[in-house]
Design a protein around this ligand. Structure first.
Ligand SMILES: Cc1cc2nc3c(=O)[nH]c(=O)nc-3n(C[C@H](O)[C@H](O)[C@H](O)COP(=O)(O)O)c2cc1C
Length: 169
């Protein structure tokens, strides 16, 4: 299997979403980077990354810990998708910002990033995670819109399935 999910989570929301995405993608492996660090990332060719935003636009702390190692990984030839957790009501000016730090590094490292999504259905002022009017991945707001989570995951999993799961190389 060349596909896996890597995430970190402070309070458990990103973990729960990671597990749901795995379930929707034929139960691909899920790694908590708080436990495994960045060690196994380069073993996989089709990768889903999960990150939550904390403290006014910062990446979750376990992501911070692996950041230098993460930046040294060569993503050329890899296909990746990103999901992010945030809170649009309490942090409307930094909504899900942390996704963008991962996205920028992946693009710089020549990864193919798939799974952009529409901003329709969210209410916020600013988000670094919006590029060319779209989120750079799936955004989940468990604080304000938990009732939309399962539907959003299903739609996104359908969207990225061919690239992440049934990729031929
Ligand atoms: C102190 C604090 C700061 C936060 N800062 C942000 C933020 O800047 N932007 C955002 O979109 N969400 C922010 N959030 C919301 C979290 O990203 C959200 O609760 C998320 O579901 C947490 O996921 P996790 O428990 O998997 O880490 C913040 C939450 C707390 C409690």
């Amino acid at each position: 299997m060349t596909s896996a999910i890597f995430y970190a989570s402070k309070g458990g929301n990103t973990k729960e979403v990671a597990n749901k995405i795995s379930f929707a993608l034929d139960e691909i492996r899920v790694f908590d980077i708080a436990v495994t660090g960045s060690e196994y990332i380069s073993d996989y060719k089709h990768i889903v990354f999960g990150i939550s935003t904390w403290h006014g636009g910062e990446m979750q702390k376990d992501w911070k810990k692996i950041w230098d190692d993460f930046k040294s990984i060569d993503f050329e030839g890899k296909t990746v998708a990103i999901f992010g957790l945030g809170d649009q009501k309490n942090y409307p000016n930094e909504f899900a910002d942390a996704m963008k730090y991962v996205y920028d590094d992946l693009i710089e490292s020549k990864a193919t990033v798939v799974g952009f999504t529409s901003t329709n259905g969210y209410e916020f002022n600013e988000s670094k995670a919006v590029v060319n009017d779209k989120f750079v991945g799936l955004v989940i707001d468990e604080v304000n819109q938990p009732h939309l989570t399962d539907e959003r995951i299903k739609k996104w999993a359908d969207d990225i399935r061919a690239d992440i799961l049934h990729a031929t190389s």
